[in-house]
Write a protein that binds this ligand. Structure first.
Ligand code: FAD
Length: 311
């Protein structure tokens, strides 16, 4: 075994029980902008369920190629207006000129949004090669530098514990993350992953490359393995074979599937916690239950004021 593997085995043995977890960690939640009234209601139910856990921030994704420009803005604006949680807007530079992207950023600043999750985005045709817009930002690092010129935003960027598919090798991937941090990003949020070892190895490589900003693991509680597998291939995440085995035979047992999903994701969080992680970012898919249950197991409880409000 490598040093990292031994270190990870040691960390797993030292891992505290759920009963010992005191909620001394930060969480953040990612939502996507709703398309219909029904989806809007579902999103608001999720936001109001998770808000009492006092997330450090929530973020709202930006549809492929900027397809949700107005809806992302409207969702971020509503969260800012109706809750006290800092809201971050995702912004991509694919298929847009620098002027267009800068204008969107200026509009966010004017609307009081102070945190952008800056991303390159994916080409419009699934699996195609990314081509920068002729007048656009070349990649996420270039976008971060551009946003810095617009206003002093807090900027988060993406990171890939199992390597981005466009990356020549893991070193190039870390170099790219370093370029985004050097351009002015202050936090990296990872693509989802299911192996704590992959995250720890990545974090070690990032530290060795001089990256000292926080690297927040992105947690995807999975209850549909087939769907996740389709998506994972495109974005540089591996689905371990044990995952199929765990969900085998549960297609017709939705409640059991949810319980298994929460257990698997909570166990990942517990192992990450044992390795020193104190901020978890949840891909909620606009549903609160799984994220809420995992936060609860991590020891988080609604803020006192929030309980009184709900009573
Ligand atoms: P970059 O960091 O620019 O680059 C990705 C890879 O391309 C790098 O690893 C690097 O290897 C390679 N690369 C970049 N520049 C160069 C160069 N000059 N030369 C050689 N290689 C280079 N997508 C959306 O459309 N909307 C969202 O809201 C959204 N939110 C996301 C949130 C998170 C936390 C994550 C992890 C991803 C999100 N994505 C989103 C997906 C993201 O847009 C894709 O993963 C995209 O393919 C890469 O974006 P990036 O910002 O990581 O790109």
């Amino acid at each position: 075994p490598t040093f990292s593997e031994l270190e990870e085995a040691r960390r797993a043995l030292d891992a505290p029980l759920f009963a010992d977890l005191a909620g001394d960690c930060a969480v953040s939640f990612e939502f996507f902008p709703p398309k219909t009234e029904k989806m809007e209601a579902q999103l608001w139910e999720a936001v109001s369920t998770l808000a009492p856990l006092a997330p450090q921030f929530v973020s709202v994704t930006y549809g492929a190629g900027g397809s949700t420009r107005e809806r992302t803005h409207a969702t971020v604006a509503r969260i800012a207006a109706e809750t006290s949680i800092p809201a971050a807007a995702h912004l991509t530079c694919v298929a847009a000129s620098r002027d267009e992207v800068d204008q969107i950023a200026r509009d966010y600043w004017a609307a009081g949004v102070r945190h952008i999750v800056a991303l390159r985005g994916d080409p419009p045709e699934t699996g195609g090669r990314f081509e920068a817009h002729p007048q656009g930002y070349r990649n996420a690092a270039d976008l971060v530098a551009g946003l810095r010129r617009v206003a002093p935003f807090e900027i988060s960027v993406a990171a890939y514990p199992e390597c981005h598919p466009d990356s020549a090798d893991p070193t190039a991937d870390i170099d790219n993350l370093k370029a985004k941090i050097d351009a002015g990003a202050t936090r990296a949020i990872t693509q989802f992953f299911f192996s704590p070892e992959a995250f720890f190895r990545f974090r070690d490589r990032a530290a060795a490359a001089g990256i000292d900003t926080e690297i927040v693991p992105g947690i995807l509680p999975v209850s549909n393995v087939a769907q996740t597998r389709k998506f994972a291939g495109l974005c540089g995440a591996a689905i371990p074979s044990w995952m199929d085995r765990l969900f085998e035979g549960l297609d017709t047992h939705p409640a059991a599937r949810q319980l298994v999903a929460a257990t698997v994701a909570a166990e990942l969080c517990r192992r990450l916690y044992a390795g020193g992680v104190r901020h978890f970012h949840f891909y909620t898919l606009n549903r609160a239950e799984l994220a809420y249950a995992i936060c609860h197991l991590l020891g988080l409880r609604p803020a006192a004021g929030a309980l009184e409000q709900a009573a």
